[in-house]
Design a protein around this ligand. Structure first.
Ligand SMILES: [Mn+2]
Length: 169
């Protein structure tokens, strides 16, 4: 399907829970003139802690770069898991190849109206001032998955899990 602009955010490439295959299907299903990635495309925070990558993650990046080479306007708005990039754009936005990297962006509609776009973590003052909480939050999130897995194993062992999976979270 032909659309004018595709907006995507929080893909979190580089994490086990990223569903890159589903995103690849979206990139295949739509033909777009402009792509706006609204942060956390590659989860640098998670990669730094625990490295994970799979071929689909590379394919997603290749597809985006290829489309930008072919003329799709690609804009990258920084998110909270790639906040290190903010250090690159002190006063002015930068271009990495054909990709514009910025902290916030004004998108113009066909009617000429401007839409303000940002990842949103800028307004999460508490976390921004205490980056350690990011790491703690991420860790707690990962742990909850692990605990859930163990919980299900125990339930299965005792035969209490009769129908499908049961989830604590
Ligand atoms: Mn985010």
């Amino acid at each position: 399907m032909k659309i004018r602009t595709l907006f995507i955010s929080d893909v979190h490439l580089g994490t086990t829970k990223c569903q890159a295959d589903k995103l690849l299907q979206v990139l295949k299903d739509y033909e777009y003139d402009e792509l706006i990635i609204v942060g956390d495309f590659i989860d640098l925070t998670s990669l730094k802690r625990k490295f994970y990558w799979n071929p689909d993650h590379s394919t997603v990046i290749q597809k985006v770069l290829r489309s930008s080479r072919k003329g799709t306007k690609v804009t990258y708005i920084i998110g909270n898991h790639d906040y290190f990039l903010r250090g690159l754009i002190k006063e002015e936005n930068i271009n990495l190849g054909d990709v514009l990297i910025c902290d916030e962006h004004y998108y113009q509609t066909l009617k000429g109206e401007n839409i303000y776009i940002c990842h949103g973590d800028q307004f999460d003052g508490f976390i921004r001032l205490h980056p350690f909480l990011y790491v703690l939050g991420d860790w707690a999130y990962e742990m909850s998955f692990k605990i859930n897995k163990i919980y299900n194993k125990i339930r299965r062992f005792f035969g209490t899990l009769k129908t499908g999976r049961c989830s604590l979270i």
